[in-house]
Ligand binder design. Sequence first.
Ligand code: ATP
Ligand code: MG
Length: 357
Amino acid sequence: MSPYDESSSAVSSTADGEDRAVEAALRPKDLDEFIGQERVREQLSLVLQAARHRAATPDHVLLSGPPGLGKTTLSMIIAAEMGAPIRITSGPAIQHAGDLAAILSSLTEGEVLFLDEIHRMSRPAEEMLYMAMEDFRVDVIVGKGPGATAIPLELPPFTLVGATTRAGLLPPPLRDRFGFTGHMEFYAPVELERVIHRSARLLDVSIDTAGAAEIAGRSRGTPRIANRLLRRVRDFAQVRHDGEITKEIAAAALGVYEVDERGLDRLDRAVLHALLKLFGGGPVGLSTLAVAVGEESETVEEVAEPFLVREGLLARTPRGRIATAAAWQHLGLTPPTAPPHASLPAQQDLFGGSPEG
Ligand SMILES: Nc1ncnc2c1ncn2[C@@H]1O[C@H](COP(=O)(O)OP(=O)(O)OP(=O)(O)O)[C@@H](O)[C@H]1O
Ligand SMILES: [Mg+2]
């Protein structure tokens, strides 16, 4: 089997070039248009209304959650709701404190500074950000060595919106300086149906209720994936049919792209298949499982497993990976009457090694 290329999977949650090109057109423009995330939306709406009421700049906002759930979209909505301009940059783009100083010192009053992947900023930049967030001030260092002097610079009040897929990686002093943290959750299928109907309208695609439900169910709780699958189904409907998306057409199209009814792709299914057919449902060590599907352990662990675990199809145990009853059911296989891992001693005991190694 050829090595799995995540970027070629129709259900990868990170944005590819085509995604980026159409995402701008599909982004909701205000909080009312933003679908789902009721809790974050309500909290954020209070923060913004209160700020407007006081004619003040809203507190700094941290948005955390997996890729494709709407963090960038929300940051733009915050600026739009405040009628403020937005400056967009990212942690990896700010390698020197000087880069950040240049951005901060050019902000206008009330401006929203969106810092994507904030967990990937360099240490010195991060420390400069602490002071900027708290006191709206930075120290610009002029000169080098013993003659260097710090020139304090006042900043206009601004709102920092930080986004991260890894809130756990943020140093506590940085996390604590945000007045509000919004935790983004995966979307329910009915919410994704609404996302799909909305996008279909914007893309001028005709789709019925069952067609949207079919795509939503395969979108892994993620609007970015829902929008991408919608485009692939649209292509199929236009090339092979009259352009109208129904349940049958959606299912046939996503079959072509190897995305199954629950949103599993080729790698996900290969992992489950090996676990069930070769290892009787486990437990089996990660590296053994990876060899069986012809992939690197990291690919299996970081790309396939999180979704399989979230779906309740696979579990990680100290003795290795095991399949759940739902996994047997999903692949249409019958579990052995006495599961092997119930009667056999653990793999560790047989081989005297860790199944994780
Ligand atoms: N609540 C929503 N309603 C409608 N569309 C949404 C919603 N959330 C996200 N989308 C759509 O999903 C796409 C991806 O959203 P966005 O770029 O904001 O995700 P992100 O969380 O910033 O992802 P990343 O972590 O990769 O930067 C956008 O095109 C946007 O239109
Ligand atoms: Mg983003």
